[in-house]
Design a protein around this ligand. Sequence first.
Ligand code: PEP
Ligand code: CO
Length: 452
Amino acid sequence: MSSVDSLPPADWSPESWRGKTALQMPSYPDPVALDAALHELKRLPPLVTSWEIVALKQQLADAQEGRRFLLQGGDCAENFSDCESGMISNRLKVLLQMSLVLVHGLRKPVIRVGRFAGQYAKPRSADTETRDGVTLPSYRGDVINAPAFTEVARLPDPKRMLQAHAHSAMTMNFVRALIDGGFADLHHPEYWNLEWVRHSPLAVEYQKMVTSIEDSIGFMETISGSRVHNLKRVDFYTSHEALLLPYEQGLTRQVPRQQGWLNLSTHYPWIGMRTAALDGAHVEYLRGVRNPIAIKVGPSVRPDQLLRLIDVLNPDDEPGRLSFIHRMGAAQIADKLPPLLDAVKRDGRRVLWVCDAMHGNTESTENGYKTRRFDNIRGEVELSFDLHAAAGTRLGGVHLEMTGEDVTECTGGARELTERDLERAYRSSVDPRLNYEQSLEIAMAIVRKQAG
Ligand code: PEP
Ligand code: CO
């Protein structure tokens, strides 16, 4: 471990955020119950380990240098009820398939990071919701309250933090068991075939690529005379928005033989756009933990603000420490991104640039569905590559809301889903996700863009 990344700032502690303005926090009605839940949370085992976090930070440092590419994706919000084997393995399957397309096309290793095993808290634009004259607290994610529109469901319940920890642990346990059991083995890409492979317009292209990879593996094994074993395992890392600070604090720990503090609820926490104020509680909390961290950057962020965020979050310019996930929207990115890229480049700061092509492209249909157009999502990814190339910076990854299920939440894509299709399988409780086929299509578009 290098010395620059080892000590927390002298004026920081896991609870120093409490002295700052904490936006998007629920107000728990019962302080005694809150204390009891936090006390219990603090003694539960962590969800990830320090050495996994250190390994991911090194891989993100490689991505900053163009030696790897980051694929970060998953649900907008996980629900406790989604914690079941089929959903979890489908999520892994689609991430594996996308990463196969990217590895094959980009010719570099892909870092796979799920928005899972902890993505249970959501920022909301309003604290309350009114229906038919009744006003209740907004739904803020399963770690805080429940979505049903009743007083009881919407009351923030601190015991949900313990349930979130348990559901994250069950998810991690299953993911780790699948990976250890060879689920991700490149010798057997058929393990992670989803139904679509049989009847998708993209199936031929995908199948051709799988066959070419199988041929290459066969060739390597023939000339080396032995089976290539390190193709069996791949690493999966987890991430979520570090929004509910009492929960994050409860899992912030010191570990033997390591200096400083780590957030052991996830490998790679991020700060959302609405809580990214320089003097706010979320920036205060994350500046002191040693995980690699990310921060969402929206269209209203100015270059000087971005540089000051770097001063606070990565004062020693540590490789792999800080990622900026820009989420400008297809219509605004050409205007808003270049000044930010120029400022960071001029200052010689080390960050990993990642494109979230989802959150700037949300719109509502006439019949009330929140949706995103596939063409805008793909367009924002493609433009990002061009804008980085023009600025002399590097797009090191993508951040997507996607699912392994056959949902109809975003319009467009190879099957040309229309607004009328949305009602068929709209399941997201918050934002619209790419379905498995649209996700693969984005991976293919990235490869095409980079190849051409
Ligand atoms: C999200 O990632 O689900 C989200 C709310 O994003 P943002 O903070 O960028 O709006
Ligand atoms: Co979202």
